[in-house]
Design a protein around this ligand. Structure first.
Ligand SMILES: [Zn+2]
Length: 194
């Protein structure tokens, strides 16, 4: 089947299709500012299973995409905390939404299940489901950069998930240094009882 996402069960390594989906979902979560429907389309166009449906998104859907982005960011942030209870809440939400958004098609010839994504929500529900799939062990590779923003309140907040090598949390060395400096300052204030 063309334009379908193939979900291979037998060996629990991440397939190129799965990697493409996870990376598109992270790119969507990290996309700031979200300016146009075309931006979102471009991100998901490379994902097998999304190609056909994503050609006809009306421009007026942008507010819905912003809500989608908020949802996926909340979920990824919860997973990145490594807190069991928060992860369980995401697992619950994803399990509920999965059958309502992702279309699963079983092939009698090939004994495979294809995923078809009718919209952005289906893409990120499936992507977060992959991150939470325990044998793939991707959840502990997900990190959220906590570098303080320069000249503003809040943190950088970008997500990353490296499929190989040591899992990293910060965007780059500069952001890691910025976090360490802010953290050290926080500790000093705490020691002084301030
Ligand atoms: Zn960062």
């Amino acid at each position: 089947m063309r334009n379908a996402f193939v979900w291979y069960i037998p060996d629990m390594r991440v397939t190129p299709e799965q990697a493409a989906l996870v990376s598109a979902v992270l790119a969507f979560a990290n996309l700031r500012p979200l300016r146009s429907v075309a931006q979102v389309q471009k991100l998901f166009r490379a994902v097998p299973g999304a190609t056909a449906v994503f050609q006809t998104i009306p421009a007026k859907d942008l507010p819905a995409f912003k809500r989608d982005q908020r949802d996926v960011r909340d979920w990824l942030a919860a997973i990145a905390t490594r807190e069991a209870e928060r992860i369980r809440a995401v697992e619950h939400a994803v399990s509920e939404l999965f059958p309502k958004t992702v279309i699963s098609v079983y092939s009698l010839e090939r004994h495979t299940v294809h995923w078809v994504f009718p919209g952005v929500q289906a893409c990120y529900v499936a992507g977060v489901a992959l991150i939470l799939t325990r044998p793939l062990a991707l959840a502990r590779r997900l990190g959220q950069c906590r570098a303080p923003l320069e000249g503003a309140d809040g943190i950088c907040g970008r997500f990353r998930l490296d499929l190989a090598g040591k899992p990293r949390r910060y965007c780059n060395d500069e952001h890691r240094r910025r976090f360490d400096a802010a953290d050290a300052a926080r500790r000093v204030r705490k020691m002084r009882g301030g």
